[in-house]
Design a protein around this ligand. Structure first.
Ligand code: 6A9
Length: 803
């Protein structure tokens, strides 16, 4: 079969996943409640849809893409390991069902292995009905094909349903959908007689879908159901006759058209249910059955918990009686961050010429002003974590640096693989787009005015945050003499065993940390593009220091965010944080602080790989930046770090706003432990009338006239990632090193950590979610949820891990 594309096989060999590629498959469609796909641009995509059949309306509120409007009472992976699989729990009160999705990877063969998935439902309230219809779909894009093996029946199917397919990268595979042991079906409702031969059946459809449209599977399938239902319902529209139960009517048409590349399998349940999806990669030569899940999932859960306690242990300074619940919380946010990693592929929109008037470069040609044209780029691929599965299910540059810190603690190799994917996006100029909105599906979630990316705009350079810790870990591992042979080398469970086994908790899992060759090769391969990226910042975000840099010791190191509007500096990451009036001569404190930190990291990478000349020059630049931090941005009068702006007399002046921007030099650990400027920052942080709250450090001081004003996004609410940075520098430096402010630093550290962890945990328990930010007056979680991007750093804070 599929001879046509088989002839093309040799051409695509290079794209073949390697034999032990345990990272090929994943829940890489995190925008969906449950969507599996391989890391292949156009290939097999699966998804789960469900709706309640208690009435005729619920079908129009079917669940598929994560959506706050579904009003779910929490959904999270409770365990998720990128090499093994995971378990997710979804609470849907409107339909009175808790859905559990289990995903188990079974390594083997030459095509990225096989997998098994289980979808289970239990009523949330056992005393009320729970009537659910599920649809599991598989859509194939690109070369290859998929066919239904089970004989079609226009009245639906009994028992298991089998499909076979093939594609150049996946080669031959089969998929079976297997009914669970004790499912009930609705059978005694009105007009049941008329539908007798369909009750309890599995329904199906096979549809030919144009290339690039599989992501719209839910809409296509539900429309298909509704269209058919309208015909079926005709005889029952007279109120005297009365409509039959929705579960007899709202189903797929039980036909498969030739040339179908989208197949869907639908089931109806009354009460608890279960079914399995078994994907077998032919080259793995291993037949899967439901037993693989029966045994593999409990083993996975056990090994996940054991490894978790090892990697992110519960601290002795927290109450022992909370251990079980808090570790479950910490596991869940970690699992959801890692289960929130997605694979995205497609075009994006870039406007090379866009600029605000005060942004224009001196050498910009006149034509630039008029040709504000946004263009589609060629497609890119990206594996990336996502800040929020419901609201922002795509890659964000500065969020990712924080995501990688967390991921690196669980699986250092995985974080380095993801980092490499981002580094691959660095263009010839050294630029990476701040928001990665790749392809139609991703774009469908973004209002048009936010879709366009601009090659002169940046975002805080956080991608390299993990590198110093990786270098340290590597040095530790080499010093302790760990050898490649001792390591699991990132192998998924089940690699050698027939049935996945747990219990590999103790095995370190990094080929990089253990082998100097692999590590050096990695760092050397990313160094070139990183340096280009670094130079992009220094070139394109440089400020007009010669005109407005007054007494600065360095005449080059001062910076300005491009891409600001009168009220927002989206590029800084702290959108509506107060700034002065826009002026081409303004100089931004936070960007200089980020650049100093970036330079410091580049220095350690360069010296690690033996680029000693570069390391020396980074050191000079870093010193110049640190000097200018004080020369330009420290206000003696206000006793704080401030932006510089330019007044009507063309004189520069300090533009001071107490909050995250003003404390960043300390949060990034740029100040010496005995600096009196550190003292001023620590006192500002600790003062309840300024930044201190019982729930964390506020983004803007309570004493600021704009505190809590306007859209109040970065004007007071508590964000976890800046709090994390502060805790990290306190823990590693200011509370650790001798110095006059050590006691204050350690008091702040202890109390801040406690405040943050307790409040985020309390809100999780109260609402079922972690949130984008927390109200500084009440501690309430607010805005997007679940937000398991940088808010999940709470797990590192609990365990006091600051890589
Ligand atoms: C809006 C609206 C359905 C804003 O976490 C991602 C970013 C951060 O990088 C940034 O620091 N968030 C913070 O200020 C969310 C940005 C979302 C922008 C797109 C689209 C979608 O409505």
């Amino acid at each position: 079969m599929h001879l046509a594309w088989l002839a093309l096989l040799p051409l695509v060999r290079a794209a073949q996943p390697s034999a032990n590629d345990t990272l090929l498959w994943g829940a890489y469609r995190p925008n969906l409640y449950f969507g599996l796909r391989p890391r292949i641009p156009q290939s097999l995509m699966t998804g789960l849809v469900w709706f309640g059949t208690q009435d005729y309306q619920s079908v129009s509120k079917s669940r598929h893409g994560c959506d706050q409007g579904d009003e779910l009472a929490g959904y999270t992976w409770t365990e998720y390991d990128p090499r093994q699989g995971g378990v997710q729990v979804i609470n849907d009160p409107q339909n009175n069902v808790r859905i559990t999705t289990e995903f188990l990877k079974v390594a083997g063969g030459d095509n990225g292995g096989s997998w098994a998935a289980r979808v289970k439902g239990t009523p949330l309230d056992a005393s009320r009905p729970s009537r659910i219809s599920t649809i599991f779909y598989m859509g194939l894009e690109g070369l290859g094909g998929i066919d239904m093996v089970t004989d079609e029946d226009e009245n639906g199917l009994e028992g298991d349903v089998e499909f076979t397919g093939a594609s150049p990268e996946l080669d031959d595979f089969t998929i079976r959908i297997v009914e669970g042991p004790d499912n009930n079906h609705i059978s005694s409702a009105r007009h049941a007689d008329a539908f007798e031969d369909r009750i309890g059946k599995t329904h199906f459809a096979g549809l030919p879908i144009p290339a690039g449209n599989i992501w719209q599977a839910r809409e296509i399938l539900i429309q298909t159901i509704i269209k058919r239902a309208n015909d079926v319902l005709q005889p029952y529209l007279d109120p005297a006759v009365g409509v039959p139960d929705p579960s007899f009517v709202l189903h797929l048409p039980d036909e498969a058209f030739t040339g179908s590349n989208l197949y869907a399998v639908q089931k109806f349940f009354d009460g608890p249910f279960q079914f399995d999806v078994l994907y077998e990669s032919a080259s793995a030569k291993q037949k899967l059955s439901s037993a693989v899940l029966d045994q593999g999932i409990p083993a996975l859960q056990e090994s996940y918990a054991a490894r978790f306690d090892d990697v992110l242990p519960y601290p002795i300074d927290f109450p022992p009686d909370l251990q079980e619940n808090m570790q479950a919380f910490s596991r869940a946010v970690t699992a959801n961050l890692i289960g929130g990693v997605g694979y995205f592929y497609g075009t994006s929109i870039v406007n090379k010429k866009f600029s605000y008037e005060w942004d224009e470069d001196e050498d910009e040609d006149d034509e630039g002003k008029d040709s504000k044209v946004a263009k589609l780029t060629p497609p890119n691929a990206l594996l990336t974590a996502t800040p929020s599965r419901s609201f922002f299910p795509r890659g964000f540059y500065w969020d990712e640096g924080f995501h990688l810190l967390h991921i690196s603690v669980w699986d250092a190799d995985y974080s380095l693989d993801i980092l490499r994917e981002w580094i691959d996006l660095i263009d010839d100029d050294g630029w990476v787009a701040r928001e990665q909105i790749l392809g139609e599906e991703a774009r469908s979630r973004v209002p048009v005015e936010f879709q366009t990316q601009v090659p002169s705009w940046g975002n805080p350079p956080t991608l390299t945050l993990i590198l110093p810790a990786i270098i340290d870990k590597f040095k530790e591992a080499s010093a302790s003499g760990i050898r490649d042979a001792d390591l699991g080398l990132g192998a998924g469970i089940g690699m050698d065993a027939q049935v996945p086994l747990g219990g590999q908790a103790e095995a370190p899992r990094s080929r990089y940390l253990a082998s100097s060759d692999a590590t050096l090769e990695y760092f050397t391969s990313i160094y070139g593009p990183l340096k280009r990226h670094y130079e992009w910042f220094r070139r394109t975000q440089r400020g007009l220091i010669k005109q407005y840099g007054r007494h600065a010791r360095s005449r080059t190191e001062a910076y300005r965010w491009r891409g600001r509007s009168a009220t927002h500096v989206l590029t800084s990451g702290m959108d509506d944080y107060p700034r002065g009036p826009p002026h081409a001569g303004e100089l931004h404190l936070d960007l200089l602080a980020w650049m100093a930190h970036f330079t410091r990291t580049m220095r350690s990478v360069a010296s690690f790989i033996g680029q000693l000349d570069d390391a020396a020059s980074y050191q000079e630049i870093e010193e110049a930046m640190l000097a200018n931090l004080d020369d330009l941005h420290w206000s003696e009068k206000e006793q704080m770090y401030c932006d510089l702006d330019v007044d009507d007399e063309d004189e520069s002046y300090h533009e001071c706003h107490k909050g995250y921007v003003s404390i960043l030099p300390a949060a990034l650990g740029l100040l010496e432990s005995d600096s009196p400027r550190l003292k001023a920052i620590l006192e500002l942080v600790r003062d309840p009338e300024e930044l201190w709250s019982a729930y964390g450090v506020r983004s803007l001081s309570k004493s600021h006239p704009e505190y809590g004003q306007g859209e109040n996004y970065w004007k007071g609410p508590i964000w976890l990632q800046v709090n994390y940075l502060l805790l990290s520098s306190l823990h590693k430096k200011y509370a650790a090193e001798e110095g006059p402010y050590r006691d204050l630093a350690s008091e702040i550290y202890t109390q801040l950590r406690k405040n943050l962890v307790e409040n985020i945990y309390k809100e999780y328990t109260r609402t079922g979610y972690v949130w984008e930010q927390y109200d500084a007056n009440t501690g309430n979680g607010q805005r997007s949820h679940p937000f398991t991007g940088w808010t999940s750093l709470v797990a590192l804070i609990l365990a006091e891990k600051y890589p």
